[in-house]
Design a protein around this ligand. Structure first.
Ligand code: PRX
Length: 634
């Protein structure tokens, strides 16, 4: 079935279809699941519980299928020669097109290589890769043999990579000798070597093997027997690897994301529910487009679902760009659209804002006439950027689809599917999604009132657990509002019932669409011996949405200096990555706290935003005089 055959038409009433989808859940999802190829039909559609202490999520139990078969083999009859992936290199000088049959062939060869190296169903394989077709090949090969992939964004540091590899119990890591991004060379293999050493010596976990793609001609350190070149493993005469029949609830991947407390969480997504949901939601996003470009890196959930799995499952052509879409010049994005006739672009507000600020330079000599749809994801989009995207970048001809979702949700949850489109509103829940807004006690709030966004019932794409820590999964998502999935986002509904997302209500930052946990950044900074206490908050930023703002108090006798702020920034870069480095380090002898010693972040957020006049309710503040002194010092 093509996406156009199943796409929602405006003549159908959204409300009627939505009502059907949430009152006849089984019937709705049975129909959605029927668009996939199953090796064995499922017996039960939904067995889920959000009850505290008993959270258990299972979909399509009894069914068997393979994700790579759904993304590749089943298209061969009709699309064997059609482009599955169009790739463009960082410098724009190289392009590669892989047809569906070529992609399947490469996936089989790599699957065979993984088997040769002893990887089996259920083993975890980490990827620390640039945006190249081999990354897609490796992911699909894991899915083909039932290995669980664990993609780590290549902007994370070697320490962060090590922690995630150890936590996931990874047996093997796939990388490149070097990555190329925005004209910069990233020594990925060197980082992997360091991470493997840190894993072994500090975390007590051995990642036994490395596969290395030769992306550049530079030499790299090599450990025979451990390191394997990608090209030497791809043996053309290898036997064809048939897709393994996976149980619906077998894990497909782990993807780490930041939370408000503690270390990053490895969210587990499973085979059938994830793919049904990715495929089902994709038609609302892509409509009947054929050449789809999602600019997200594969290291994030958007890259997983809408750069890779959903477009391939639907038989489209997905565009993959190695570099940064606004680099080296602002018109890069537009040039790629024209060159490859992209008809749908799915990107992040931060990029739209930076292009908007570049003005005509962002358009260059491009026409962008191939575009038919525009999408955004990752953070709230301000109406000005939304209008520029639609009217200038999209020539006023394309709808803008603002999509709200999360790593945890697997796919889009809220988007303007009813046909009405207001700048800045993610609008309406997708079919089957029971979204609601409640106050801190869990009671629904009236229209035009801000509250917490919750989801009242399960959907197939939902993450099933946090790898190795189901108690944390329950605590994080199901304890705040019992019986509901707690998103961590604030939202309000307008008089038409449309949802407007206002941002996180917890201590999670959104910097250029990248999700960062304040706790992780704070722990990186406090690891410096001169530092006594740290509180990290987000500061509004015109392009990035938010930037990292750190309030730091020093140990007695320690002095503020430029070199100390450099050292703290280096710590964050080493522990997490450049994306988390604070833009501002605010030295202070004082942090506002409650009488029980809890830092009043709400007050700090206001201070970082320069809103010193109205600091809100300060009745719980322990030291009022300290705050007055702090404000005077500012
Ligand atoms: O705060 C919301 C914001 O991004 C968070 C999820 O981040 P992550 O798991 O990294 O996934 C990003 C891409 C799916 C959400 O909790 N967010 C995502 N999309 C939107 C958004 N905020 C407002 N509007 C959106 N469309």
């Amino acid at each position: 079935m093509t996406t156009s055959q199943v796409s929602f038409t405006r003549q159908d009433s959204y409300s009627a279809q939505y009502y059907f989808s949430i009152t006849h859940t089984d019937a709705y999802w049975k129909e959605e699941a029927s668009h996939l190829t199953w090796m064995r039909p499922f017996e039960k559609i939904k067995e889920t519980s959000f009850s505290p202490g008993e959270v258990d999520i299972r979909w399509f139990n009894g069914g068997k299928l393979n994700v790579s078969e759904n993304c590749l083999d089943r298209h061969l009859k009709t699309r064997s020669d059609q482009a599955a992936i169009i790739w463009e290199s960082d410098d724009g000088k190289e392009t590669r097109t892989l047809s569906y049959s070529e992609l399947l062939n490469q996936v089989c060869l790599f699957a065979s290589a993984l088997l040769e190296l002893g990887i089996r169903k259920g083993d975890t394989v980490t990827l620390y890769m640039p945006m190249v077709p081999e990354t897609a090949i490796a992911i699909l090969a894991c899915a083909r043999i039932g290995a669980v992939h664990n993609v780590i964004f290549a902007g994370f540091s070697s320490d962060a990579l090590a922690e995630r590899m150890a936590d996931a119990g990874s047996k093997l890591v796939i990388t490149a000798n070097e990555g190329l991004r925005g004209g910069k060379i990233i020594p990925l293999k060197t980082y992997v070597d360091r991470a493997r050493q840190y894993c072994r010596e500090t975390l007590g976990h051995e990642v036994r093997q490395t596969i290395v793609l030769k992306r550049t001609d530079s030499k790299t350190a090599w450990e025979p027997g451990i390191d394997h070149w990608w090209h030497e493993l791809m043996i053309p005469t290898a036997p064809v690897v048939e897709p393994v029949a996976m149980d619906a609830e077998d894990p497909l991947f782990i993807l780490y994301t930041s939370g408000s407390t503690g270390k990053a969480k490895g969210l587990v997504h499973t085979t059938a529910g994830y793919l049904v949901y990715a495929h089902s939601t994709f038609r609302f996003l892509a409509g009947d487009s054929r050449i789809f470009w999602c600019t997200a890196d594969v290291g994030w959930i958007t890259g997983h679902t809408y750069m890779l799995y959903a477009p391939l499952c639907a038989g489209l052509t997905t565009v993959m760009y190695e570099g940064i879409p606004g680099s080296p010049s602002a018109d890069r994005l537009a040039t790629i659209i024209d060159r490859h006739n992209v008809d749908m672009l799915y990107t992040a507000p931060t990029l739209i804002r930076s292009l908007m600020s570049a003005g005509n330079a962002a358009l260059g000599n491009s026409h962008r006439t191939s575009l038919r749809r525009l999408g955004t994801v990752g953070e709230p989009i301000n109406p000005e950027a939304w209008r520029w995207y639609r009217d200038v970048f999209g020539n006023g001809r394309c709808p803008v689809i603002d999509t709200w979702w999360q790593t945890e949700t697997g796919g889009i949850m809220i988007a303007p599917v009813s046909g009405e489109n207001k700048p800045g509103a993610a609008a309406t829940p997708l079919f089957g999604i029971r979204a609601d807004i409640v106050d801190d006690e869990g009671h629904p709030v009236p229209p035009m009132t801000r509250g917490n966004l919750v989801i009242r019932d399960s959907w197939p794409g939902q993450a099933r657990t946090i790898y190795g820590d189901h108690a944390r999964f329950e605590e994080t998502y199901f304890s705040t509002v019992p019986g509901c999935y707690f998103t961590g986002d604030g939202a309000w509904q307008d008089e038409d019932g449309h949802f407007w997302i206002s941002g996180r209500v917890d201590d999670v930052l959104n910097v250029s669409g990248h999700r960062l946990g304040t706790a992780e950044i704070e722990s990186a900074i406090t690891s410096h011996p001169a530092v006594c206490e740290v509180a990290v908050v987000g500061q509004p930023h015109p392009v990035k949405g938010e930037s990292v703002y750190a309030f730091v108090t020093l140990m007695n006798g320690q002095k503020v200096s430029d070199s100390l702020s450099t050292e703290l920034r280096v710590r964050v870069r080493e522990k997490i990555g450049a994306l988390a480095v604070p833009e501002v380090i605010h030295w202070t002898p004082y942090l506002p706290k409650t009488r029980s010693g809890k830092i009043l972040r709400r007050v700090l957020r206001k201070l970082a935003a320069g809103e010193t006049r109205d600091l809100g309710d300060l009745s719980s503040l322990a030291d009022q005089e300290g705050l007055s002194a702090f404000l005077q010092q500012k």
